[in-house]
Design a protein around this ligand. Structure first.
Ligand code: A3P
Length: 284
Protein backbone atom coordinates (compact mmCIF):
# COMPACT_ATOMS: atom_id res chain seq x y z
CA UNK A 1 0.00 0.00 0.00
CA UNK A 2 1.28 3.44 -0.82
CA UNK A 3 1.85 5.93 1.89
CA UNK A 4 -1.17 7.83 3.09
CA UNK A 5 -0.53 11.50 2.51
CA UNK A 6 -1.66 14.32 4.75
CA UNK A 7 -4.50 15.09 2.37
CA UNK A 8 -5.85 11.61 2.81
CA UNK A 9 -5.60 11.86 6.55
CA UNK A 10 -7.62 15.02 6.30
CA UNK A 11 -10.25 13.12 4.37
CA UNK A 12 -10.24 10.31 6.90
CA UNK A 13 -11.09 12.72 9.68
CA UNK A 14 -14.44 13.49 8.11
CA UNK A 15 -17.18 12.18 10.33
CA UNK A 16 -19.41 9.73 8.48
CA UNK A 17 -17.51 10.08 5.26
CA UNK A 18 -14.68 7.63 5.52
CA UNK A 19 -14.25 8.10 9.25
CA UNK A 20 -15.29 5.34 11.53
CA UNK A 21 -16.15 2.58 9.13
CA UNK A 22 -12.90 2.70 7.24
CA UNK A 23 -12.10 -0.88 8.11
CA UNK A 24 -15.52 -2.06 6.98
CA UNK A 25 -15.35 -0.53 3.51
CA UNK A 26 -11.78 -1.64 3.02
CA UNK A 27 -12.95 -5.24 3.29
CA UNK A 28 -15.67 -4.74 0.72
CA UNK A 29 -15.56 -7.41 -1.96
CA UNK A 30 -16.07 -6.28 -5.55
CA UNK A 31 -17.69 -8.73 -7.94
CA UNK A 32 -16.81 -9.04 -11.58
CA UNK A 33 -20.09 -7.58 -12.84
CA UNK A 34 -19.92 -4.48 -10.59
CA UNK A 35 -19.68 -1.10 -12.27
CA UNK A 36 -17.89 1.59 -10.28
CA UNK A 37 -18.39 5.27 -11.08
CA UNK A 38 -15.24 6.94 -9.90
CA UNK A 39 -14.96 10.69 -9.73
CA UNK A 40 -13.40 13.57 -7.90
CA UNK A 41 -16.44 15.39 -6.42
CA UNK A 42 -18.25 17.80 -8.77
CA UNK A 43 -17.11 16.12 -11.99
CA UNK A 44 -20.56 14.92 -13.09
CA UNK A 45 -20.95 11.90 -10.81
CA UNK A 46 -24.73 12.10 -10.58
CA UNK A 47 -25.13 12.53 -14.31
CA UNK A 48 -23.11 9.36 -14.84
CA UNK A 49 -25.18 7.46 -12.27
CA UNK A 50 -28.38 8.56 -13.98
CA UNK A 51 -27.05 7.39 -17.35
CA UNK A 52 -25.86 4.03 -15.96
CA UNK A 53 -29.20 3.52 -14.19
CA UNK A 54 -31.05 4.15 -17.44
CA UNK A 55 -28.74 1.91 -19.48
CA UNK A 56 -29.47 -0.84 -16.97
CA UNK A 57 -33.25 -0.44 -17.47
CA UNK A 58 -32.89 0.08 -21.23
CA UNK A 59 -34.25 3.60 -20.96
CA UNK A 60 -37.26 2.76 -18.77
CA UNK A 61 -37.48 5.61 -16.23
CA UNK A 62 -39.43 3.66 -13.59
CA UNK A 63 -36.35 2.79 -11.53
CA UNK A 64 -34.84 6.29 -11.53
CA UNK A 65 -38.24 7.73 -10.64
CA UNK A 66 -38.86 5.42 -7.70
CA UNK A 67 -35.47 4.84 -6.05
CA UNK A 68 -33.19 7.65 -4.81
CA UNK A 69 -30.00 8.08 -6.78
CA UNK A 70 -27.83 7.26 -3.74
CA UNK A 71 -29.56 3.89 -3.33
CA UNK A 72 -29.16 3.02 -7.00
CA UNK A 73 -25.39 3.51 -6.91
CA UNK A 74 -24.33 3.87 -3.27
CA UNK A 75 -21.04 5.45 -2.28
CA UNK A 76 -18.75 2.81 -0.87
CA UNK A 77 -17.19 5.24 1.60
CA UNK A 78 -20.36 6.73 3.08
CA UNK A 79 -21.29 5.04 6.31
CA UNK A 80 -25.06 5.08 6.01
CA UNK A 81 -25.02 3.87 2.42
CA UNK A 82 -23.01 0.79 3.18
CA UNK A 83 -25.97 -1.45 3.91
CA UNK A 84 -27.75 -0.46 0.70
CA UNK A 85 -24.55 -1.29 -1.11
CA UNK A 86 -24.25 -4.78 0.33
CA UNK A 87 -27.96 -5.48 -0.12
CA UNK A 88 -27.93 -4.65 -3.83
CA UNK A 89 -28.54 -7.46 -6.24
CA UNK A 90 -26.04 -7.65 -9.07
CA UNK A 91 -25.01 -6.33 -11.42
CA UNK A 92 -24.35 -3.57 -8.93
CA UNK A 93 -23.77 0.10 -9.57
CA UNK A 94 -21.31 1.55 -7.05
CA UNK A 95 -19.90 5.04 -6.62
CA UNK A 96 -16.77 6.40 -5.03
CA UNK A 97 -14.90 9.67 -4.69
CA UNK A 98 -11.95 8.04 -2.98
CA UNK A 99 -8.37 8.32 -4.13
CA UNK A 100 -7.07 5.06 -5.57
CA UNK A 101 -4.95 4.29 -2.48
CA UNK A 102 -8.07 4.00 -0.34
CA UNK A 103 -10.09 1.63 -2.51
CA UNK A 104 -10.61 -1.90 -1.20
CA UNK A 105 -7.96 -4.23 -2.57
CA UNK A 106 -10.62 -6.50 -4.08
CA UNK A 107 -11.26 -3.92 -6.81
CA UNK A 108 -7.87 -4.60 -8.32
CA UNK A 109 -8.15 -8.38 -8.32
CA UNK A 110 -11.73 -8.49 -9.64
CA UNK A 111 -12.90 -7.75 -13.15
CA UNK A 112 -15.22 -5.00 -11.85
CA UNK A 113 -15.45 -2.17 -14.35
CA UNK A 114 -14.32 1.33 -13.47
CA UNK A 115 -15.69 4.41 -15.22
CA UNK A 116 -13.46 7.32 -14.30
CA UNK A 117 -15.15 10.58 -15.19
CA UNK A 118 -12.92 13.63 -15.16
CA UNK A 119 -13.71 17.29 -15.72
CA UNK A 120 -11.78 20.50 -16.24
CA UNK A 121 -10.52 21.09 -12.70
CA UNK A 122 -11.24 24.82 -12.91
CA UNK A 123 -14.91 23.93 -13.41
CA UNK A 124 -14.63 21.35 -10.62
CA UNK A 125 -13.26 24.07 -8.36
CA UNK A 126 -16.01 26.57 -9.17
CA UNK A 127 -18.73 23.92 -8.91
CA UNK A 128 -17.33 22.88 -5.52
CA UNK A 129 -17.37 26.48 -4.28
CA UNK A 130 -21.09 26.83 -4.99
CA UNK A 131 -21.74 23.36 -3.62
CA UNK A 132 -20.07 24.28 -0.32
CA UNK A 133 -22.98 26.64 0.29
CA UNK A 134 -25.46 23.80 -0.28
CA UNK A 135 -23.73 20.88 1.41
CA UNK A 136 -22.21 21.09 4.87
CA UNK A 137 -19.85 18.13 4.23
CA UNK A 138 -17.86 20.54 2.09
CA UNK A 139 -15.46 22.97 3.75
CA UNK A 140 -17.27 26.15 4.64
CA UNK A 141 -15.36 29.13 3.24
CA UNK A 142 -15.75 32.88 3.31
CA UNK A 143 -14.89 33.49 -0.34
CA UNK A 144 -14.06 31.92 -3.68
CA UNK A 145 -10.45 32.98 -3.10
CA UNK A 146 -10.34 30.92 0.11
CA UNK A 147 -11.81 27.89 -1.66
CA UNK A 148 -9.35 28.43 -4.51
CA UNK A 149 -6.39 28.32 -2.15
CA UNK A 150 -7.66 25.25 -0.33
CA UNK A 151 -8.31 23.46 -3.64
CA UNK A 152 -4.78 24.10 -4.88
CA UNK A 153 -3.36 22.92 -1.57
CA UNK A 154 -5.52 19.79 -1.64
CA UNK A 155 -7.03 20.87 1.66
CA UNK A 156 -10.57 19.87 0.65
CA UNK A 157 -12.83 16.85 1.11
CA UNK A 158 -11.12 14.38 -1.23
CA UNK A 159 -7.65 15.85 -1.14
CA UNK A 160 -5.65 17.05 -4.13
CA UNK A 161 -7.45 16.89 -7.50
CA UNK A 162 -4.04 16.46 -9.13
CA UNK A 163 -3.07 13.42 -7.08
CA UNK A 164 -6.56 11.92 -7.23
CA UNK A 165 -6.69 12.21 -11.01
CA UNK A 166 -3.15 10.95 -11.62
CA UNK A 167 -3.72 8.07 -9.25
CA UNK A 168 -6.75 6.76 -11.12
CA UNK A 169 -5.19 7.47 -14.50
CA UNK A 170 -2.53 4.93 -13.62
CA UNK A 171 -5.17 2.33 -14.56
CA UNK A 172 -5.07 3.50 -18.20
CA UNK A 173 -4.62 0.57 -20.55
CA UNK A 174 -6.49 -1.90 -18.36
CA UNK A 175 -9.46 -3.51 -20.01
CA UNK A 176 -11.66 -2.86 -17.01
CA UNK A 177 -10.99 0.90 -16.98
CA UNK A 178 -12.71 3.59 -19.03
CA UNK A 179 -11.76 7.23 -18.68
CA UNK A 180 -14.28 9.78 -19.88
CA UNK A 181 -14.45 13.56 -19.86
CA UNK A 182 -17.45 15.55 -18.66
CA UNK A 183 -16.77 17.83 -21.63
CA UNK A 184 -17.21 15.05 -24.22
CA UNK A 185 -20.30 13.78 -22.44
CA UNK A 186 -21.71 17.30 -22.64
CA UNK A 187 -20.66 17.93 -26.24
CA UNK A 188 -21.73 14.61 -27.68
CA UNK A 189 -23.85 12.82 -25.15
CA UNK A 190 -25.17 10.18 -27.55
CA UNK A 191 -21.77 8.95 -28.79
CA UNK A 192 -20.37 9.00 -25.27
CA UNK A 193 -23.27 6.86 -24.05
CA UNK A 194 -22.59 4.51 -26.96
CA UNK A 195 -18.98 4.29 -25.79
CA UNK A 196 -20.19 3.45 -22.28
CA UNK A 197 -22.52 0.74 -23.65
CA UNK A 198 -19.69 -0.77 -25.63
CA UNK A 199 -17.48 -0.83 -22.55
CA UNK A 200 -20.27 -2.52 -20.57
CA UNK A 201 -21.10 -4.96 -23.36
CA UNK A 202 -24.65 -3.60 -23.70
CA UNK A 203 -26.67 -2.54 -26.67
CA UNK A 204 -29.57 -0.12 -26.83
CA UNK A 205 -32.23 0.10 -29.52
CA UNK A 206 -32.55 3.62 -30.98
CA UNK A 207 -35.72 4.36 -28.99
CA UNK A 208 -34.10 3.05 -25.80
CA UNK A 209 -31.15 5.38 -26.40
CA UNK A 210 -33.52 8.29 -26.96
CA UNK A 211 -35.16 7.53 -23.65
CA UNK A 212 -31.78 7.38 -21.85
CA UNK A 213 -30.94 10.80 -23.33
CA UNK A 214 -34.30 12.29 -22.44
CA UNK A 215 -34.38 11.12 -18.83
CA UNK A 216 -30.74 11.94 -18.04
CA UNK A 217 -30.90 15.54 -19.24
CA UNK A 218 -30.21 18.10 -16.54
CA UNK A 219 -33.80 19.35 -16.73
CA UNK A 220 -35.21 15.85 -16.31
CA UNK A 221 -32.88 15.31 -13.34
CA UNK A 222 -33.94 18.62 -11.77
CA UNK A 223 -37.57 17.52 -12.13
CA UNK A 224 -36.93 14.05 -10.67
CA UNK A 225 -37.23 14.13 -6.89
CA UNK A 226 -35.22 10.89 -6.71
CA UNK A 227 -32.27 12.71 -8.28
CA UNK A 228 -32.53 16.38 -7.28
CA UNK A 229 -31.75 15.86 -3.55
CA UNK A 230 -34.95 17.51 -2.32
CA UNK A 231 -35.39 14.31 -0.26
CA UNK A 232 -32.14 15.15 1.57
CA UNK A 233 -32.98 18.83 2.08
CA UNK A 234 -32.57 19.78 5.73
CA UNK A 235 -29.99 17.06 6.48
CA UNK A 236 -26.52 18.11 5.48
CA UNK A 237 -28.03 19.70 2.39
CA UNK A 238 -29.57 23.14 2.40
CA UNK A 239 -31.20 23.75 -0.95
CA UNK A 240 -32.23 27.28 0.03
CA UNK A 241 -28.65 28.22 -0.72
CA UNK A 242 -28.73 26.90 -4.29
CA UNK A 243 -29.93 23.99 -6.40
CA UNK A 244 -28.23 20.61 -6.26
CA UNK A 245 -28.02 20.57 -10.06
CA UNK A 246 -26.55 23.99 -10.70
CA UNK A 247 -25.61 25.02 -14.29
CA UNK A 248 -24.41 21.88 -15.98
CA UNK A 249 -22.13 23.54 -18.55
CA UNK A 250 -18.45 23.41 -19.53
CA UNK A 251 -16.26 26.46 -18.97
CA UNK A 252 -18.25 28.25 -16.26
CA UNK A 253 -14.92 28.96 -14.52
CA UNK A 254 -14.47 31.85 -16.97
CA UNK A 255 -17.35 33.64 -15.27
CA UNK A 256 -15.82 33.32 -11.81
CA UNK A 257 -12.01 33.04 -11.73
CA UNK A 258 -9.86 36.12 -12.15
CA UNK A 259 -7.05 36.17 -14.74
CA UNK A 260 -4.53 35.93 -11.88
CA UNK A 261 -6.31 32.91 -10.39
CA UNK A 262 -6.49 31.17 -13.78
CA UNK A 263 -2.78 31.78 -14.35
CA UNK A 264 -1.82 30.50 -10.92
CA UNK A 265 -3.99 27.46 -11.54
CA UNK A 266 -2.33 26.77 -14.90
CA UNK A 267 1.13 27.00 -13.34
CA UNK A 268 0.15 24.47 -10.69
CA UNK A 269 -1.40 22.23 -13.35
CA UNK A 270 1.78 22.26 -15.46
CA UNK A 271 3.89 21.46 -12.46
CA UNK A 272 1.71 18.67 -11.07
CA UNK A 273 0.63 17.00 -14.29
CA UNK A 274 3.94 17.24 -16.17
CA UNK A 275 4.68 14.04 -18.01
CA UNK A 276 1.08 13.18 -18.83
CA UNK A 277 0.05 13.58 -22.48
CA UNK A 278 -1.87 16.85 -23.04
CA UNK A 279 -4.59 15.00 -25.00
CA UNK A 280 -5.77 13.59 -21.68
CA UNK A 281 -6.91 17.07 -20.79
CA UNK A 282 -8.92 18.37 -23.75
CA UNK A 283 -10.22 21.61 -22.28
CA UNK A 284 -9.10 25.23 -22.08
P1 A3P B 1 -22.05 22.70 -12.04
O1 A3P B 1 -21.98 23.04 -10.59
O2 A3P B 1 -20.88 23.26 -12.81
O3 A3P B 1 -23.35 23.08 -12.65
P2 A3P B 1 -21.31 15.82 -9.17
O4 A3P B 1 -22.49 15.03 -9.58
O5 A3P B 1 -20.02 15.10 -9.29
O6 A3P B 1 -21.53 16.46 -7.83
O7 A3P B 1 -21.15 17.00 -10.24
C1 A3P B 1 -22.01 18.09 -10.24
C2 A3P B 1 -21.86 18.87 -11.53
O8 A3P B 1 -22.42 18.09 -12.61
C3 A3P B 1 -22.67 20.17 -11.46
O9 A3P B 1 -21.91 21.13 -12.21
C4 A3P B 1 -23.95 19.76 -12.16
O10 A3P B 1 -24.70 20.82 -12.68
C5 A3P B 1 -23.42 18.85 -13.26
N1 A3P B 1 -24.48 17.96 -13.79
C6 A3P B 1 -25.27 17.13 -13.09
N2 A3P B 1 -26.17 16.53 -13.90
C7 A3P B 1 -25.94 17.00 -15.14
C8 A3P B 1 -26.53 16.75 -16.42
N3 A3P B 1 -27.57 15.94 -16.58
N4 A3P B 1 -26.03 17.41 -17.49
C9 A3P B 1 -24.98 18.26 -17.35
N5 A3P B 1 -24.38 18.53 -16.18
C10 A3P B 1 -24.85 17.91 -15.08
Amino acid sequence: ASEVSEELLYLKKKEGYVGKHSRQYRDFVFKEDDVLTLTYPKSGTHWMIEILSLIRTKGDPKWIQSVPIWDRSPWIEILNMYEALEAQEGPRLITSHLPIQLLPKSLFTSKAKVIHLIRNPKDVLVSGYFFSKVCSSFEQVASLQEHFERFLQGNVLCGSWFEHTQGWMSMRGKESYLMLHYEELKRDTRSTIEKICQFLGKTLEPEEMNSVLKHSSIQAMRDNKMSNYTLMDGSNFNLKNGPFLRKGVSGDWKNHLTVAQAEAFDRMFQEKMAGLPPELFPWD
